[in-house]
Design a protein around this ligand. Sequence first.
Ligand SMILES: NC(=O)c1ccc[n+]([C@@H]2O[C@H](COP(=O)([O-])OP(=O)(O)OC[C@H]3O[C@@H](n4cnc5c(N)ncnc54)[C@H](O)[C@@H]3O)[C@@H](O)[C@H]2O)c1
Length: 247
Amino acid sequence: MSLQGKTALVTGGARGIGLATTQRLLKEGASCVIWDRDPAAIDAAKAKLADNGEVTSDIVELAKPESVEAAAGQALDRHGHIDILVNNAGIAGVNKMLWECTPQEWRDVMDIDLYGVFLCCRAFVPGMLKAGWGRIVNVASIAGKEGNPTASHYSAAKAGVIGLTKSLGKELADTNIRVNCITPAVIETEILKQCTQAHIDYMVSKIPMGRVGQADEVAALIAWLSSDEVSFSTGAVFDISGGRATY
Ligand SMILES: NC(=O)c1ccc[n+]([C@@H]2O[C@H](COP(=O)([O-])OP(=O)(O)OC[C@H]3O[C@@H](n4cnc5c(N)ncnc54)[C@H](O)[C@@H]3O)[C@@H](O)[C@H]2O)c1
């Protein structure tokens, strides 16, 4: 697989799955753009990736249309084109029963985890159509297929990402743009700090392999989905759950 000559933009690229993905895409020859809202984490990520290839960055708040539009303009001015979009950024939100969530707690997760994916696709699909090639990989979750208790906002947002992927994949099926999503189970990253131990234990207990996943295992799947090797799959949902998924 070679991504030589491609520019990839990874949202939430400053840490966790996004950072591992950026590292892997650089290794495959792509230039990368990190989008994140945490400037200190961006700086640390860029220092870590300094010897791996070309990395630029923008500070973005993905839930805000004006922030996404401004950053998209900056990224396109720098690179000319974005060929690969990895919609990875997300939050877990608070673990509470649905009826205990405040409207704002519920809305925050939807705005970042689902609305942000819409905003990024909206910003970059027109350029991909013009260029005649593109790959979009959306990071959903097994929660979007199964629904995790005390995570109704997260599960609903990730189910939304799966639906968005299926729709956009069909809208673009007769182009050279492929749109797919992945549904990880528990992956060892800092997002777990947002979760209660009871919630983590519940999720891990559901994994037949009996272990959590690692960010570089997810990055490998994302890299493949970002490449020319994906030709006959679009609007599809790729499992990476240690055996938890039943469909
Ligand atoms: N780790 C897991 O167990 C797991 C499982 C399934 C799915 N996922 C999904 O994988 C993706 C990456 O998760 P991770 O585990 O690497 O998380 P993480 O918390 O380690 O990293 C997420 C990054 O996204 C950034 N981010 C969050 N909200 C943002 C916003 N509004 N604007 C800009 N940047 C923002 C954060 O600053 C952070 O750098 C998320 O969508 C998450 O829902 C994670």
